[in-house]
Design a protein around this ligand. Structure first.
Ligand SMILES: *[C@@H]1O[C@H](CO)[C@@H](O)[C@H](O)[C@H]1NC(C)=O
Ligand SMILES: *[C@@H]1O[C@H](CO)[C@@H](O)[C@H](O)[C@H]1NC(C)=O
Ligand SMILES: *[C@@H]1O[C@H](CO)[C@@H](O)[C@H](O)[C@H]1NC(C)=O
Ligand SMILES: *[C@@H]1O[C@H](CO)[C@@H](O)[C@H](O)[C@H]1NC(C)=O
Ligand SMILES: *[C@@H]1O[C@H](CO)[C@@H](O)[C@H](O)[C@H]1NC(C)=O
Ligand SMILES: *[C@@H]1O[C@H](CO)[C@@H](O)[C@H](O)[C@H]1NC(C)=O
Ligand SMILES: *[C@@H]1O[C@H](CO)[C@@H](O)[C@H](O)[C@H]1NC(C)=O
Length: 368
């Protein structure tokens, strides 16, 4: 059978009988790996006495059909073809890369012979594109982080985007030559990454999000260092951190309840002076950073009034002392005051000394 086909082919090619009678549309025909292609002839259904399909330059028989005998399928094509014996069209199934190449068909219809050829390109569609990020989250700033874009398929080109903008190698981002591996390290590299893979016949996207954990750092407390008693004051603590930090405050050694970045007081007191410590905590890493702010509450207004009050008290005491001493002088014969309060009587006794500059102790004795 094979020998007869070769003779047949040679005859057909040499004869020139069918020159110009193309039965295949201009190619090439494109197929995808694992898929099917249909080599459809341009003739209307008719009775064909012979159909031969061959592949390659040194022709390999795909199928050899004689109307008297039926189809004989070539080695390697069993179960992979479907032949339409009325048009000579051939369907080739489960394409492999090895199917790339040139296909010829010879059709015989009574005493007419058609000879045509075309070529097939088999492309592999890209599939299963993925981005793998190492290490696993949480991704802590300072370590090396890589994003690897993998996909099945041939002749693949890759393109990276971050937050919708093309990525190229730079100071902190390094893209490998084949663009498969992207290396990042900074907090500003957080974002949505997309790897677009494509070849002649298909394309696919893979995307993933990188969240770089950092901080707290760059801490500061904003607020006054010196205020006067009674003034309102506000201290505001800030830090760079991902995730956003939680804050705690201490005044001197005492913790202030709450987790606000702000500490405020409507009316300051002397005791509000001292060291204010703000501590920021990164809840993912547990890292803590503290910063101290000194506040001094000056007592100008209050100081003056203390002097005034003290002065007044001293004068009042002096007046009382003089008055008491004078009174005592005049009643020194008795030397006792009696005071009745409720059913109890109190006697106030003085030791009297006529030398005014030297006062002895007074005492109160309780009467029964
Ligand atoms: C196959 O692809 C080529 C280019 O890649 C194109 O010129 C041709 O028209 C395609 N064939 C068919 C049948 O679509
Ligand atoms: C041609 O194809 C038809 C339909 O598939 C089938 O019934 C017939 O048996 C085939 N002829 C030969 C000679 O194989
Ligand atoms: C058909 O074969 C001829 C001669 O081998 C070649 O020049 C031509 O490019 C082929 N046509 C197709 C569509 O492959
Ligand atoms: C890969 O690309 C090259 C050149 O671009 C091309 O010659 C070759 O046929 C392609 N291979 C596949 C399997 O697509
Ligand atoms: C893949 O990404 C590219 C570039 O961002 C976009 O133009 C395209 O629409 C995306 N395709 C799909 C299927 O999401
Ligand atoms: C957390 O603290 C450790 C030890 O102090 C330090 O090495 C690391 O860089 C810190 N991490 C962050 C994200 O600041
Ligand atoms: C905190 O310390 C400052 C300075 O040592 C002091 O003046 C202030 O009274 C202290 N306040 C409290 C509430 O401990």
């Amino acid at each position: 059978m094979v020998a007869s086909v070769v003779v047949f082919l040679t005859m057909a090619i040499l004869s020139g009988y069918c020159a110009g009678l193309e039965v295949l549309p201009p190619g090439p025909v494109n197929g995808t790996l694992g898929g099917n292609v249909f080599f459809k002839t341009t003739i209307n259904p008719t009775t064909l006495s012979a159909i031969v399909w061959t592949f390659g330059d040194t022709p390999v028989i795909i199928v050899d059909f004689l109307s008297s005998e039926g189809p004989v399928t070539g080695e390697g094509y069993v179960g992979r073809i479907r032949l339409d014996n009325s048009t000579g069209s051939l369907e080739l199934l489960k394409l492999t890369i090895a199917d790339n190449g040139e296909y010829r068909v010879i059709l015989t219809e009574s005493d007419l012979m058609y000879l045509s050829n075309t070529s097939l390109n088999v492309y592999e569609t890209v599939s299963g594109a993925t981005i793998t990020i190492t290490p696993n989250p949480p991704i802590i700033e300072g370590g090396s982080v890589t994003l690897t874009c993998d996909v099945a398929g041939f002749n693949i080109t890759r393109e990276w985007m971050k937050d919708g903008h093309p990525v190229s190698s730079g100071d902190d981002i390094i893209l490998s030559e084949d663009k498969r591996v992207l290396s990042i390290k900074k907090r500003t590299d957080s974002g949505e990454y997309l790897c677009r893979v494509s070849n002649h016949v298909s394309s696919e996207n893979a995307s993933d999000t990188v969240n770089v954990i950092y901080g707290p750092d760059g801490m500061e407390i904003k607020g006054p260092n010196e205020i006067e008693v009674g003034q309102k004051f506000t201290l505001t603590c800030s830090a760079y951190s991902n995730p956003p930090t939680s804050y705690t405050w201490m005044h001197n050694e005492t913790e202030i309840p709450g987790h606000s970045p702000e500490f405020a007081k409507e009316k300051s007191e002397h005791s509000d002076s001292g060291d204010y410590t703000c501590t920021a905590t990164n809840d993912v890493t547990g890292n803590k950073t503290s910063v101290v702010h000194k506040l001094s509450v000056k007592g100008k207004v209050n100081g003056l009034s203390v002097v005034v009050i003290t002065g007044t008290v001293i004068i009042v005491l002096l007046v009382v002392e003089v008055a008491v001493s004078v009174a005592v002088y005049f009643i020194k014969k008795n030397g006792v005051f009696s005071i009745t309060a409720g059913n109890r009587q109190y006697r106030l006794c003085f030791h009297i000394d006529l030398n005014w500059s030297e006062k002895g102790p007074g005492y109160i004795s309780k009467a029964p």
